[in-house]
Design a protein around this ligand. Structure first.
Ligand code: ATP
Length: 237
């Protein structure tokens, strides 16, 4: 069953039209990836779902409810967390304080502690660095912290924007292994990536977005084997 259904979504920045009527769905339990080049509209799609941008037209149906017009804060409370591009962590705060910020919609201390324990199990390196300030972490650790902070809201649907950006290949593998593990623990994931190779290695299904239009869709295997995808996004290999 679709947890998220996007129907004919149009989004503009003033006169610049970024999304020209895209439709796609994410079923409960899936990892779905949106792949596409720079400027295709991937981040715009995530920002619109999370209530940061208002569409010109279209519907965003989550768990049977249209999100269009709802405040970003209400959308977080409904179980959607957005981990934006570029590791926007709070540099002067410790790792633990950063994680606590991620739980801002929640009140129950005991449950927050349990979630923190879950997050530290997923990211043992963050536990070791719990009292260190965010700004002193390496790039890879900051990316882990951004993801871990998103998990502190206990999302049902996680929106991830370019988790691989700027990371060394070994760290990219580590982050993607963790994304798979988070999904296996029951979190549905919509993953936006320029690194199509990695995205299609963890996703169940995917969509190819090109200048605001969905050009192709299929299972990850179908997309990996598609000649156009291989040529344009997988380096022809
Ligand atoms: P990237 O990987 O580079 O972030 P993307 O696929 O996520 O690419 P978007 O950031 O969604 O692409 O951008 C889609 C289009 O909207 C692009 O043409 C971009 O120039 C434009 N755009 C994005 N943000 C803004 C903004 N704040 N103001 C004006 N135009 C914008």
């Amino acid at each position: 069953m679709a947890l998220l259904e996007i129907e004919n979504l149009h989004v503009s920045y003033g006169a610049i039209r970024a999304l020209h009527g895209i439709s796609f769905r994410v079923d409960e339990g899936e990892i779905v990836t949106l792949i596409g080049a720079n400027g295709a509209g991937k981040s715009t799609t995530l920002r619109t779902i999370s209530g940061l941008l208002y569409p010109d037209k279209g519907r965003i149906v989550y768990d049977g409810v249209d999100l269009v017009g709802k405040e970003a804060d209400a959308i977080v409370r409904m179980g959607i967390t957005h981990v934006p591009e570029g590791r926007r962590i709070f540099a002067p705060l410790t790792v633990r304080e950063n994680l606590e910020m991620g739980a801002y919609t929640r009140r129950d201390r005991k449950e927050i502690e349990e979630t923190m324990e879950w997050v530290f199990e997923l990211f043992p390196r963050l536990r070791e660095r719990a009292e260190q300030t965010g700004g002193t972490l390496s790039g890879g650790e900051q990316q882990m912290l951004a993801l871990a902070r998103g998990l502190m809201a206990k999302p049902r649907l996680l929106l991830m924007d370019e988790p691989s950006m700027g990371l060394a290949p070994i760290l990219v593998e580590e982050i993607f292994d963790t994304i798979q593990e988070i999904n296996q623990q029951g979190v549905t994931i919509l993953l936006v990536e320029q690194n199509a190779h990695m995205a299609l290695s963890v996703a169940h299904r995917g969509y190819v977005l090109e200048t605001g239009v969905i050009h192709l869709e299929g299972t990850a295997k179908e997309l990996r084997e598609n000649p156009q995808v291989r040529e344009a996004y997988l380096g022809g290999d």
